[in-house]
Design a protein around this ligand. Structure first.
Ligand code: C2E
Ligand code: CA
Ligand code: CA
Ligand code: CA
Length: 278
């Protein structure tokens, strides 16, 4: 699947660098993908480190192309952002995620919070808040079960505008997470201006745990300061028992990663919820 992704990337990168007509064709391919249901969601469980219980999940988009195979979101999300298709795709992800979660609830499952990734282009005054409200109303998913993840670079770029949108989302009862923390330019001190609930420590700091004393120090101080700011902390990309223990000892609240579970299909995630809540 990795090789397929690389071919796909080269294919698109070529398109992106050339004419508008070709750029339009990438946009057309993505629109076609959306219409033909080549896009779908996977769901990665999150675990509460204190209790060992399922406490949430993150929705991750996938593109299964009929000829090129699986294309990673790392490759097509930036292209979708560039062409503006991210608006339709982002809306679809939000709708689909809420629909699936509400569907599980209607089956009688005890569904934890679902986290949806938002892109820079979706964070628009007068559009995003209304879109989230409409999707929640249409699907019937209670707002407290929806979490929105935004990356720090996005927020810091236009902080005043972002804070306003975030306040409106919070007023609706939705929770807000800052994603990939530590990879951008912001400092923890800037976080105090943002109405956040959750901070997600990027995988790049988790990778080196516990062998790297630098990474351990960084992870420990991110957790300590985030907690002083009243935020819950999720570590991403946790792959080993030792990483999990180091994070738990540092006071990290939740984790997500292959050690607990890989991203699961809708059916697998439903079964996972059923199994752990039985
Ligand atoms: P992210 O938000 O940081 O998501 C976490 C990524 O880490 C996911 O990659 C996930 O599959 C992967 N991962 C989870 N656990 C582990 C682990 O233990 N080890 C390792 N090595 N990797 C792990 P994925 O699904 O390929 O998504 C990549 C990125 O694409 C996401 O990074 C996110 O930035 C973006 N993305 C995915 N879905 C969406 C979406 O619906 N909308 C937007 N705007 N972006 C999305
Ligand atoms: Ca994320
Ligand atoms: Ca992340
Ligand atoms: Ca990440």
């Amino acid at each position: 699947a990795k090789d397929m992704g690389k071919n796909a990337y080269q294919f698109f990168a070529q398109d992106m660098n050339s004419t508008n007509t070709q750029q339009f064709s990438v946009q057309a391919a993505l629109r076609f993908a959306l219409e033909r249901e080549q896009l779908y969601l996977m769901f990665q469980p999150q675990m509460n480190l204190a209790t060992g219980q399922l406490c949430g999940m993150e929705c991750l988009i996938r593109w299964q192309h009929p000829e090129m195979g699986a294309i990673s979101p790392v490759e097509f999300i930036p292209i979708a952002e560039e062409t503006g298709m991210i608006l339709q795709i982002g809306h679809w992800v939000l709708q689909r995620a809420c629909q699936v979660a509400q569907g599980w609830r209607e089956q009688g499952l005890q569904v934890p919070k679902i986290a949806v990734n938002l892109s820079v282009r979706q964070f628009k005054p007068g559009i995003l808040v209304e879109q989230v409200a409409t999707v929640l109303a249409e699907t019937g998913l209670p707002p407290y079960l929806l979490e929105l993840e935004v990356t720090e670079s996005l927020i810091m770029r236009r902080i005043n505008e972002a804070v306003e949108i975030m306040n409106d989302l919070k007023a609706m009862g939705v929770s807000l997470a800052i994603d990939d923390f530590g990879t951008g330019y912001s400092s923890l001190s800037q976080l105090k201006y943002l109405p956040l609930d959750i901070l997600k420590i990027d995988r790049s700091f988790v990778e080196g745990l516990p062998a790297s004393s630098d990474d351990t120090a960084i992870a420990q101080s991110i957790v300590a300061m985030a907690k002083k700011l009243g935020l819950s902390v999720v570590a991403e990309g946790v792959e080993t028992l030792e990483q999990m223990q180091t994070l738990r000892d540092a006071g990290c609240d939740m984790m997500q990663g292959y050690y607990y579970a890989k991203p699961l299909s809708e059916i697998e995630m439903g079964q996972f919820i059923e199994r752990v809540s039985a």
